[in-house]
Write a protein that binds this ligand. Structure first.
Ligand SMILES: [Zn+2]
Length: 485
């Protein structure tokens, strides 16, 4: 612990005193500028050192050359990413030298994610690869791919050809689409991501946000109204299993997202099949159908050697977190229907994320007021804002205030595996719009998840100075990065 504290102090003081020379994002955990420079010529010397933590690296730049020490491929990759940021360029823009430094670095969190919703707006392979590139520059390593929702289902699943037909839309009266990914498209993305040490985590949303599937195959929905998954229908449960079979076949990720958010339960109470199901399974009432489904799908994935992830509703209450993630939490904590610890919880409200971690669940934290990048970035003159700005305003500074441990008991901190930004796209129309919303806020997120500087010692002014340089870099790479304020 003492060692860690020392490392964090070094990192934060490094961040404060060296900004003029070292403009890295994310700032490494330990940096020591030794003076002088190393001319860029020979390839770096690379050494394997088993004691270096996963994804970590040591970088030694001296006038005689560059040495990288690492214990895994990801560490070597990140060392090279850091080296690239250190390059000094000549007037023609060609890299000529590096400042001499000693760096010891490893990430604070193993889940450093970006979620992209392609069910509300479809961006396509080229755009996704672009996002993966941008992520890799800043050591973000999980691409959470939201592939299904009520508006569309964009993953082609063999045996269910009608699913992807739901992505049909209209543009000024003309039919467009359907837009979706085939198995080959997915493989191409997976390969591209793997080269950048990014894990692709697919999300198939059950039992709510499920209207596209219901439109394609009406028998999957409850009888008597409502476009939610009819859990009382054994064919619908078999459908979920078959989809997950295919997803596991296609995606190597250990974690598979099964959704679980915002499912209205009133339809289950009205549906004869679901009412019979409650009776058959001995559940208290229709409210307990979602916990049943979570447990069922989590066990199903576990049997395949995978782990289910769900939005916070899988553990808070009986699935009805309010805006603060507070309502019915107490009830949920007592419920015998809570899933076992074989699930990973994605908390999108601060209180729910902390509560889940304190209950002993592993948690990915993405509280909306720090991590929902569809929210307005600039209060004035934001060309890509479609909300009433003051109602959903998430400026860069607020992202930099994100503390993944807020509200988490000291003994439960290890349960926070990381965090991510969420790019919901009901109001994000194309790649230009998406990039504007992602950057520069993604820089702040990357630093929190990699470096996690002590919240009380974060210096937003110092960070902004570095971010300004990286904004220029992003623009040079044709990334549509918003101004800092
Ligand atoms: Zn039903």
């Amino acid at each position: 612990m003492k060692k860690l504290l020392f490392a964090m102090m070094v990192a934060s003081s490094a961040a404060m005193s060296l900004s003029a020379k070292i403009d890295l994002i994310p700032m490494p955990r330990e940096v020591n500028v030794t003076g002088g420079e190393c001319r860029k010529s020979d390839a770096p010397k690379v050494e394997l050192v088993a004691t270096i933590p996963p994804e970590g690296y040591e970088l030694s730049v001296t006038p005689d050359g560059v040495t990288i020490r690492h214990s895994d491929d990801a560490g070597l990759f990140y060392a090279k990413m850091t080296l690239e940021q250190l390059e000094t360029k000549n007037a023609k823009g060609n890299p000529t030298s590096y400042p001499c430094v000693e760096i010891k670095d490893a990430p604070a969190f193993r889940w450093r994610g970006v979620m992209l919703d392609e069910a509300r707006h479809f961006f396509g392979k080229t755009a996704v690869k672009r996002i993966l590139d941008e992520m890799s520059w800043y050591k973000l390593n999980v691409f959470h791919w939201h592939l299904t929702d009520s508006q569309a289902w964009v993953l082609d699943v063999p045996g269910y050809p009608k699913l992807v037909r739901q992505g049909l839309g209209k543009n000024f009266g003309e039919k467009v689409g359907p837009f979706y990914y085939t198995a080959n498209d997915v493989k191409e993305i997976l390969e591209y991501a793997a080269k950048r040490h990014i894990t692709v985590v697919p999300e198939i949303d059950f039992p709510g946000h499920f209207a596209a599937a219901c439109r394609a195959y009406p028998d999957l929905a409850c009888k008597g109204g409502g476009k939610v998954m009819c859990v009382g229908n054994t064919n619908a449960v078999a459908f979920a299993e078959k989809v997950l079979d295919y997803v596991c076949e296609l995606f190597p990720s250990h974690d598979i997202h099964i959704g679980g958010d915002e499912c209205p339960r009133k339809f289950w109470a009205k549906c004869p099949r679901c009412r019979a199901f409650v009776e058959r399974e001995g559940l208290k009432d229709a409210e307990d159908i979602q916990p049943w489904l979570t447990r069922h799908l989590a066990a199903y994935l576990e049997a395949k050697g995978r782990r289910a992830i769900g939005w916070e509703e899988i553990v808070v209450g009986r699935g009805k977190a309010d805006a603060n993630g507070e309502s019915e939490n107490k009830d949920g904590a007592k419920s015998s229907l809570l899933p076992g610890k074989n699930v990973l919880v994605m908390g999108y409200h601060k209180a729910a994320a902390a509560r889940s971690a304190n209950m002993g669940y592993q948690v990915v934290s993405c509280p909306n007021w720090h991590c929902y990048f569809d929210y307005t970035q600039l209060l004035e003159d934001d060309p890509f804002n479609y909300f009433i700005p003051k109602k959903r305003w998430l400026p860069l500074e607020e992202v930099y205030r994100f503390d993944p441990f807020e509200g988490v008991a000291a003994e439960s901190r290890a349960n926070i595996v990381g965090g991510q930004c969420c790019n919901w796209t009901e109001k994000t129309l194309n790649l230009y719009d998406l990039e504007w919303k992602m950057w520069p806020r993604g820089l702040a997120l990357a630093e929190i998840l990699w470096t996690n500087p002590e919240p009380s010692k974060r210096d937003f002014g110092e960070f902004s100075a570095r971010a300004a340089k990286h904004r220029r870099r992003l623009i040079r790479e044709h990334v549509n990065c918003a101004p800092l304020k």
